[in-house]
Write a protein that binds this ligand. Structure first.
Ligand SMILES: Nc1nc2c(ncn2[C@@H]2O[C@H](COP(=O)(O)OP(=O)(O)OP(=O)(O)O)[C@@H](O)[C@H]2O)c(=O)[nH]1
Ligand SMILES: [Zn+2]
Length: 217
């Protein structure tokens, strides 16, 4: 595993030449198309409150909620020598998740819980959140995002011993369609040592108050 585990098959499907346009060119085109959508829906784009919406949406897509599609926005990760040879589990739990589902472009909101065993290096804590945010800021499916987070951490930390649980509400399930506002979706990966029951249990114990399920152990 290690480096080659973070393979391109985990990447979001992108077309050839996806990065040929600059952010500014992309925003200009998105604003034009979004204006057309609003116009088709009969909205009055001369209205003071609506006039800036196409440009606002375009900026939000490229610079904020879909900025993770651009590899240039991948966070730099600070690693530190594990001089103290810390060999316990590190759990970063309750990481806020805001993503969008790639089927409907409506929010996925939830929590991400990550754990790893350090080898030679430890990672700056905030970088775990930044890695989660980077992959969340794409049109996503939860399964792929979970795999991307785990594989990236394995790659960066040069260890197989990484686990991740994502517990999220999909607005395409709750605010439309089947309109089930109580269900949440849980995805998980237990790699390396985490496949062993005692480590999996320890991790799940740390997050059990956040996760209202017992079925993963
Ligand atoms: N596996 C998976 N499915 C997802 C995720 N996010 C949304 N979906 C599902 O993607 C599916 C898309 O199915 P379609 O039948 O093409 O879409 P739809 O007609 O809008 O379906 P309904 O949502 O049932 O109204 C839906 O069942 C969604 O619930 C995700 O992260 N993972
Ligand atoms: Zn959806």
């Amino acid at each position: 595993m290690g480096e080659d585990h973070y393979s391109s098959s985990l990447d979001n499907p992108m077309k050839q030449g996806a990065f040929d346009l600059s952010d500014e060119e992309k925003m200009k085109k998105i604003a034009e198309h979004f204006e057309a959508i609003m116009d088709i829906m009969g909205m009055d784009l001369t209205d003071d409150s609506l006039a800036g919406t196409p440009a606002r949406v375009a900026k939000m897509y490229i610079k904020e909620i879909f900025s993770g599609l651009n590899p240039a926005n991948e966070p730099t990760v600070s690693l530190f020598d594990n001089n103290y040879q810390y060999d316990g589990m590190l759990v970063e739990k309750d990481i806020e998740l805001y993503s969008l589902c790639e089927h409907h472009f409506v929010p996925i909101v939830g929590k991400v819980h990550v754990a790893y065993f350090a080898k030679d290096h430890v990672i700056g804590l905030s970088k775990i959140n930044r890695i989660v945010q980077y992959f969340a800021k794409r049109p996503q499916v939860q399964e792929r995002m979970t795999m991307q987070i785990v594989s990236k951490l394995q790659d960066v930390l040069k260890t197989e011993d990484v686990a991740c649980v994502v517990d999220a509400k999909h607005f395409c399930v709750c605010m439309r369609g089947v309109k089930d506002s109580s269900s949440t979706t849980v995805t998980s990966q237990f790699r390396g040592k985490f496949a062993e029951s005692k480590y999996k249990q320890e991790f799940l114990q740390h997050i059990s108050s956040e996760l209202k399920i017992d079925g993963l152990s």
